[in-house]
Write a protein that binds this ligand. Sequence first.
Ligand SMILES: [Zn+2]
Ligand SMILES: [Zn+2]
Length: 391
Amino acid sequence: MTETIVITDPDKDRYHTFGYISWWRQDIVRDATVLVVGAGALGNEVIKNLALMGIGNLLIADFDTIEDSNLSRSVLFREKNNGQRKVDAAAAGVKDLNPDVNVKAWHGDINFEMGMGVFRHIDAIVGCLDNREARLSINRFSWAVSRPWVDGAIQELMGIVRVFWPGEGACYECTLTDHDYQMIGLRYSCPLLARENLLMGKVATTPTSASIVAAFQTQEALKLIHDMEVQSGKAMMINGLTNDVYTTEYPVKEMCMSHSRLEPIIELPQVRSDKTTLAELLAIARGRLGPEAMLEFSGELVVAMRCAQCEEEEPVFKKMARLFESSATCPTCGSRRDMVLTHRITGDEAFLERTLAEVDIPPLDIVRARNGEERVYYELTGDKETFLKFS
Ligand SMILES: [Zn+2]
Ligand SMILES: [Zn+2]
């Protein structure tokens, strides 16, 4: 089959030269929605490339603010941006580069504040991160809803680019070693271990490594958008000292914890995390699954902190993994408090009138409802605009 190549007027069309590329479809690029997680050195380069190519919708996620040390590796930032949120400066940079691109800047923590439903509405996810915890979150979300993601990593003159398509070869978690788990475990498994050091480690790198790796990442995202073949579960290793570039394949782990898919997912356009209560969502679940149905959370929710000494209970309603060590200490007597935990809602709770947001469920998240062996996954679809309203 021969593709029709449309050649436009170079004086009128900024995408003119792309028309000469046999497989390039500007309409596909224009219709695509891409999520870039991380607006640091890699993120700046990926966002710049996507903007130049005329990507239709760009969601930029980051929780950081700009400091002068970012300026040596961030093409979208200027000195005057010091102190601003990275996502805002990056979004403004995109508009400046190419006003055709619709952008949404989202400032927050991907691990806890972005519902995994977001991933369902995205064509390709590009991870531009410097830590394992956020990579693992992206990996689990993308597996859960079956979306592909592109990982990039840089250190000095070294780089790695990897594509992970759920079900096609190894996933990011399959590649983790015991040491990696230890590093993440410091934050995950021990309740309330100090998390203050999170992301404090700075990765030494140059703008050249960032642009090399980001260029490959963007190309892989472009292939994903065009439904072209990608080498999922393999790593492209780039050694900028010896100029070696090679690929290596990871084995799939049998018992990998990331390999679980949420099915079936049911969209609830009327449900919003900040409006809908637990009681209301439970009623929806019971309407479908029967009066015994319950809601289940993926992690432990700390309902309260209880001090045995003072016989006092402080309401908390935060995921256990996001609490700091300091919150275990009783502010009155200084002794260590116990956590009151739950991971499901059965209808007997005293806090059923709390909204989903008030029990630390992020916007556009997907919540499991179960009755015996029967389970469904509800997407809080009413929250879509929080992440997917582009301008
Ligand atoms: Zn895996
Ligand atoms: Zn106390």
